[in-house]
Structure formats: C-alpha cells, structure tokens
Design a protein around this ligand. Structure first.
Ligand code: KIV
Ligand code: ZN
Length: 519
C-alpha cells in the first residue's frame, strides 16, 4: 500500500488573493461542491477575519460540505483564531490553520518582534486553536527564507503545543527544488517530535518552481501539498493542483504515494474557477489548457493515430476533457437540462435559479444549434454571478460598425431597477459599448485587462469575455458569455461594475501590520 498524499486546496483563500479574484459566498459554495466531488481532502475556504462576508462564506462551506475537511486561516492572534474556529465549527471535519512569520526580514521589518516573542506568540496561538478545534495546522510564514535553526526551535514547540500538521511555506517563491527538499529532510531529522505530525508544503511560483518544489518535498517525506486550481494565487500564483495530482498519478513508478483525487473532475473545476474569478487559462497550460492534448505537427498526429502512447502520457478524458460532444439541443426539455447539469456536478440552488438558467439555455439554443458541456457550465456559472439583486443589468444593446464609419453603441441598462439609456462612439463596437455603459455608471474605474476566448469550436461558439477594472485599491474581474462578443463584453463589464459597487472590504492575511503582541 502506498502512502496517501493529502491534497489541501487553497483556491478560495490564497487563490482569492489574486488581483480581482474575490468570490461571493454563492460562488465559493459552487467551487466547494466541485472540490468535494473531486475528492479534495482539505478545503481552505477563506480567512474568516478578513471580512464579515469571508466569515459567512467559510461558515456556509462548513455547513454544506461533508466529505472534505474545511479549514479556516487565522493569523497567530486570539481574535483571528476565535473567528476561524467559529466559522469552521459546523463542519463534520474542521481545521484551524494559524501562521506567523519566521524569517529575519519578516520578524524585524513586518512584525517588529524578537524571535523569542514570535515563538511565544506561536505557541500561545496553537494552544488556543487546539482548545477550540481538534485539528490544528501551523505555518512558519516565509519559511523558505527562515533560518533552519530557528525553524527547528519554533516547530518543536508548536508540535508540543498540539499542532497536527506543520506546513512549510515558500511564501515568496524563493527556493529551488533541491534546496527546499533538503530543508524538509533537515527539519524532519532534527526536530525530536517531528514524527507526531503530517508534513506539508505551500509553494509560490515567483520563479516558476512551485510545482517542482512541492514534488521535490514529497520525495523528502512531505505528505500534504497545498495547491490551487489553475495555479491561482498571490502574484505568480501557487502550485497548481492539476499538475501535482497528474504528476504523481502518471509517475507512479517514481513517487512513493498517490492522492484520492477523482481526476475526471479536474477540467470542470478549472473551467468553473476560471469563469468565476475571470482569470483565463493560458492555452498551453499543462493539463487544463485548451492545447494540452492537441497534436499539431503531422509527425505527432501520425504517431498518435498509430498508437496513442507514442506522444501522449495521459488520456484527455482521464482529466475530464469531453470530446466536445453534442449534449443538448433546441428541443431538449427541462429534465434533460437538469440531468446534464447534475452529471456535470452543477447544483442549482433553487427552482427560480433553475428556471432562469433553463430560459438562458433556450435562448442560447435558438442562436446556436449545438450545445456542449462547456456552454452549460458557462450558463450555470453565469447564473451564480448574475443575480437580479445586482445593481446594473443589461436590458438591450445595439452596436453598429461599418467600414469607414465611426462605431456606435446604444444601450439600455437597469440601474437599481430604473431603466437608463445611453449612446456613445468608440474606436470599435466594444469600446463604444464600454463608453456608453460608463456614461451611465460613471464608475471612475480604469480598464486593466480585456480578454476574449471561444468556449467551443466553430464560429457560432459563445465568446467568453473577461474584464478587469481597478478603482483606487480595489481590483475586480467580471466575466460574460454570449454568441455575440459585443454582448458578452457588455455583460463582463457590467459584472465587474456590480462587483465594484458591492461595499465589502477585505483584508489580506499577510498585510503588513503588527500582530497582537502579548495577547
Ligand atoms: O504564502 C504563505 O506563506 C501563506 C501562508 C498563510 C500559509 O499563504
Ligand atoms: Zn501563500
């Protein structure tokens, strides 16, 4: 029997710290259900002290998910730990994850604490967390740049204080695989009570080593990896879940362990996270990129036709790629629609939401004869982010472009229920549409990113548009899909505006503040 490699997903916590990747409670629930279907062992659902909304989201995930452990992040202070323990309490299996920085630069410049004070604070925090929740994880933040001697001291003490998992973060993505693996070996050998805990790693991708560092540490005895769908996360992101899982599975001849993950759920998860956060997946991304299984050169195509394994080390269907099968059409009924969604693992929360998604399906089927799974996933995720309670709704849009003429957009938006008309010219129909929307919204935001992708094959495919808007310190991503890319662009822009007008303020768990010294 091989050891189990625990998969700890932090898409909804570290992933959410990517610019504009904030998720609503309903979106987090949708992702949590998908992670549960994928058999993720631990779901870090958020940072409950960040905001009231984050607390509620973690609590709601804890109430609704039964087959994965639900974890809440907390800085090493009493308030954060109590909030995290409270938020995860309803879970069948709950975990509190607390952390404090241990590198000389973080202790001196960020915490302004002496090393001994950091140890005291960590031990006090782990003891408190343990008294509130049986399962406690501790992370020495910026371990990759911490002194090994100091890590040995603090980790021995937090293990004695009751930590069950020790997670070694390479917070700034500074380490390289051999060195990181050596650090793990040294810690496990030198700390006398190291055998009492599960060893875990959490790697960032600043130098592109997040997955390599994580896998090297597996060879050094680590049995939990923290990772995210599509490698989402702060700056260059975290280790990507799909790459870790498939590397370990494909190279069973090499790795001494395997995961419990149902790999056929990987692509649906990737598409869901991309649609909800507005972060597109690059086409050549391993496992989940659109080209990951495409063979372009004649020699490769010929080889694959003769014998698939000449050029393929994994099967596309094993990671959840469907063969772009036609699944539903114009005459499909509500029951077939509902069954297909449920086959894709999409739960629609209410009859109203189902009716509204079915209405959009019928509209789409009128425009596009073949409806694929990718279209259905987009319809369902649109349903999550496009609630009638949102401030702006698109009522109608007419965009005109003609060779030699200045493009023009006329549109009607509902602004808090009141219909407002605007028109504008632009350098193209999309530019004109955004300008018309801004005449109404006057958001004062700047457009940071605009992207378009075809969801399926063919010119009747829906276009999926991503829009990133920034205003002062806030950054939000909006998405929209339609067979008409001008309409998809308007929907994406409005989605971003709705996110911008929601008032919720969050804090980042790693913000530069002095921790509650002496608490
Ligand atoms: O990167 C990091 O150090 C973290 C910790 C909170 C685990 O995200
Ligand atoms: Zn991190």
């Amino acid at each position: 029997m091989k050891d189990q490699l625990i998969i700890f997903d932090t898409t909804m916590r570290d992933g959410e710290q990517s610019p504009g990747a904030s998720m609503t409670c309903e979106e987090k629930l949708q992702i949590a259900h998908q992670l549960e279907r994928m058999k993720v062992d631990v779901i870090e659902a958020g940072f409950p002290a960040a905001s009231k909304g984050d607390f509620e989201s973690v609590r709601s995930v804890a109430q609704n998910i039964s087959n994965s452990t639900i974890c809440g992040l907390a800085r090493a202070n009493e308030k954060d730990i109590r909030l995290a323990a409270d938020a995860v309490k309803p879970a069948k299996s709950a975990r509190v994850h607390t952390f404090i920085a241990t590198s000389p630069i973080h202790m001196a410049q960020k915490l302004r604490m002496e090393p001994d004070e950091v140890i005291e604070q960590a031990v006090r925090s782990v003891k408190l967390a343990k008294s509130l929740c049986g399962d406690v994880e501790f992370s020495p933040e910026d371990a990759g740049r911490s002194e090994t001697e100091f890590l040995c001291r603090i980790l021995e003490e937090v293990i004695s204080a009751g930590a069950n998992t020790i997670n070694i973060p390479d917070t700034v993505g500074y380490t390289v695989p051999e060195q990181f693996a050596k650090l793990i070996v040294q810690l496990r050998e030198r700390i006398p009570n190291s055998d009492k805990v599960v060893w875990s790693v959490h790697c960032h991708n600043d130098l592109g080593f997040a997955v390599a560092n994580s896998l090297a540490s597996v060879m050094a005895g680590v049995r939990q990896i923290e990772c995210t769908i599509n490698g989402l996360g702060e700056r260059a992101g975290n280790a990507s879940l799909e790459e870790i899982v498939m590397a370990v599975r494909t190279r069973q001849d090499y790795f001494p362990c395997d995961t419990n993950i149902d790999s056929s759920q990987i692509v649906p998860a990737s598409k869901m996270v991309s649609a909800i956060t507005g972060f597109p997946v690059q086409p050549n991304k391993a496992i989940v990129g659109a080209n990951a299984f495409a063979h372009e050169s004649g020699i490769h195509q010929d080889g694959v036709i003769k014998h698939r394994e000449t050029y393929e080390i994994m099967r596309a269907q094993d990671v959840g790629w469907t063969t772009n099968q036609l699944v539903l059409g114009k005459h499909s009924g509500r029951t077939a629609f509902k069954q297909r969604l449920s086959h894709l693992g999409i739960k629609i929360s209410s009859e109203d939401a189902l009716n509204s998604a079915f209405g959009r399906f019928k509209d789409l089927a009128d425009k596009k004869h073949e409806i694929f799974d990718e279209d259905l996933m987009m319809l369902a995720t649109e349903n999550v982010g496009n609630q009638p309670s949102e401030r702006y709704q698109l009522i109608s849009l007419l965009a005109h472009s003609e060779t030699g003429e200045t493009p023009l957009a006329n549109l009607v938006l509902a602004n808090e229920g009141e219909e407002v008309y605007a028109e504008a010219n632009g350098s193209g129909p999309i530019d004109a549409t955004f300008k018309a929307i801004e005449k109404i919204a006057q958001s004062g935001s700047s457009l940071e990113l605009y992207s378009v992708n075809a969801i399926t094959r063919g010119t009747d495919s829906q276009g999926e548009v991503g829009v990133r808007l920034a205003k002062e310190a806030r950054v939000v991503n909006g998405t929209g899909a339609d067979t008409d890319i001008v309409v998809a662009s308007a929907k994406a822009y409005i989605d971003a505006l709705n996110k911008l007008s929601s008032s919720e303020e969050k804090i980042n768990p790693q913000i530069n503040e002095r921790l509650f010294k002496g608490e």
